[in-house]
Write a protein that binds this ligand. Structure first.
Ligand code: LLP
Length: 444
């Protein structure tokens, strides 16, 4: 176990062992996600030491691989889930509803049915609702368990407008209505345990003022709710996740101490525990995406480099114009060998195999001139990488390898063409043949 003092606040793409990563591609093929579990644990311990009094949940949506859930739960984290599917995985990994929070956003009936069933077996599970109607729908299903209210604090932050949730209409009950809604839920027999809000994802140090304003609103709210609730009062105030990580090579890590201090200042006198639920912070720099160059050509103003990963493998650049560090591992290894003069650095556009112009990982990035069969590493791919991968263009999703100390394990096999078509029904069967079974399975 790495000593926390020796664990850097950020692991840069250059810090990965280029030879070991190219070996993984030799062994498992490309494209390939690689995830270092020990780095995940280090990130957990760093955050825990900045927030020693907080209850820490891991936002499963950042990376739901079973190895990750087990590593973080083993390190002490609870698991925050965005869907019934995630709750299923979280219960399998943790073995206990007491460590699982389900944050229901416009929950499909199937999700509520499934989670309420799970709660009947495991009554310590907590459900966070973001609309009054969700409370009604839970009541209709006989749920009167642990209930947390997600509020809309009216202030958002984050790396892109598409991930700034705190003021977006779809999330939470307006904070000014929270007391009324919770008092009502309390009266109806729910076990009201918490208030929750999530300001957005990828909050950076220069958005610290927004964070301060956000937690101060949550402090005011928690005090007002505590006054209004008869009985036990609130167990926790959950201020969500959103801790940003540096993606650019020159970006500094988030000032965790400053965030923790601002949070303590705002909530210090609130008689409830602080809960946080980061996702990205634990896994982003613990993962890389490895991809092989298959095509190199001189375009008009740039070297156009084609690789075998694309927006179906890592969607973030296409969806948020997200920057990811990129390193040509083959060129780096050549440069390390004494007899090589090194390759020329040129502007290049690295793009995937999907028929969309948005399918690019970088444009005009200065890198050593790529050649066919080079292995390229795309950094900070551990969060929202595989989770957002898809099968567009009938492209099977990639494999994932987990590194844990000296061990390397194929954690998820590469999909096949058959995986892509597996859910299609047999066209020779009668039109209605599969309907009943289809509608009966509540996990669909
Ligand atoms: N809690 C709630 C209620 C959330 O909605 C989220 C993220 C988190 C916690 C964790 O946020 P984090 O600590 O990971 O920033 N796909 C986007 C990020 C979307 C985040 C959605 N919610 C991306 O790739 O940047």
């Amino acid at each position: 176990m790495t000593d926390l003092a020796e664990s850097p606040a950020v692991r840069r793409l250059d810090d990965w062992d280029a030879a070991a990563l190219t070996e993984l591609v030799d062994e498992y093929g490309s494209p390939l996600y690689a995830l270092d579990l020990e780095r995940v644990r280090e990130n957990y311990r760093r955050l825990e030491s900045a927030f020693p009094d907080a209850e820490i949940f891991y936002a499963v949506k950042a990376n739901a691989l079973g190895d990750v859930l087990e590593a973080l739960h083993g390190a002490g984290a609870g698991l925050e889930c965005a869907s019934a599917g995630e709750v299923k995985r979280a219960l399998a990994a943790s073995g206990s509803g007491a460590d699982v929070h389900y944050t229901a956003v416009n929950p499909p009936a199937r999700d509520l049915d499934w989670v309420v069933d799970a709660w009947e077996d495991d009554p310590e599970l907590t459900i966070t609702v973001g609309a009054e109607e969700t409370i009604d729908r839970l009541e209709e299903r006989g749920y009167d368990g642990r209930l947390c209210l997600r509020v809309n604090p009216g202030i958002g932050a984050g790396h892109h407008e598409k991930v700034q949730t705190g003021a977006a209409a779809k999330f939470g009950v307006p904070a000014e209505r929270a007391v009324e809604v919770l008092a009502d839920a309390d009266e109806r027999g729910f076990d009201v345990v918490g208030v929750h809000a999530h300001v957005g994802s990828g909050v950076s140090s220069d958005q610290l003022d927004d964070h301060r304003e956000f937690v101060s609103r949550m402090g005011d709210l928690a005090r007002a709710v505590d006054d209004a609730l008869e009985g036990d009062g609130l167990e926790f105030v959950d201020v969500g996740g959103g801790f940003g990580v540096p993606y650019r090579e020159d970006e500094q890590p988030l000032d965790l101490e400053a965030v923790a201090e601002a949070t303590r200042d705002a909530l210090g006198d609130v008689d409830a525990r602080l809960a946080i639920e980061p996702g990205r912070y634990f896994v982003a720099d613990a993962g890389v995406l490895l991809t092989e160059v298959n095509t190199v050509k001189e375009a008009r103003d740039t070297l156009a480099v084609g690789v075998d990963a694309g927006m179906t493998t890592l969607l973030r650049p296409a969806m948020y114009d997200a920057y990811h560090p990129i390193r040509n591992l083959t060129a780096a290894l050549e440069a390390d060998s004494a007899d090589d003069a090194g390759r020329e650095t040129v502007a290049q556009t690295i793009a995937g195999p999907i028929c969309e112009s948005g399918d690019v990982f970088c444009t005009d990035r200065q890198l050593p001139a790529s050649e066919r069969k080079d292995v390229i590493a795309i950094g900070n791919a551990g969060a929202y990488g595989y989770e957002m991968a898809n099968q567009y263009n009938s492209r099977p999703r990639p494999a994932s390898v987990v590194i844990d100390g000296e061990t390397r394990r194929l954690a998820r096999r590469r999909e096949t063409f058959d995986d892509v078509t597996r859910v299609e029904t047999d066209r020779s069967r009668p039109a209605d043949a599969d309907r009943e079974a289809h509608n009966e399975d509540e996990t669909r």
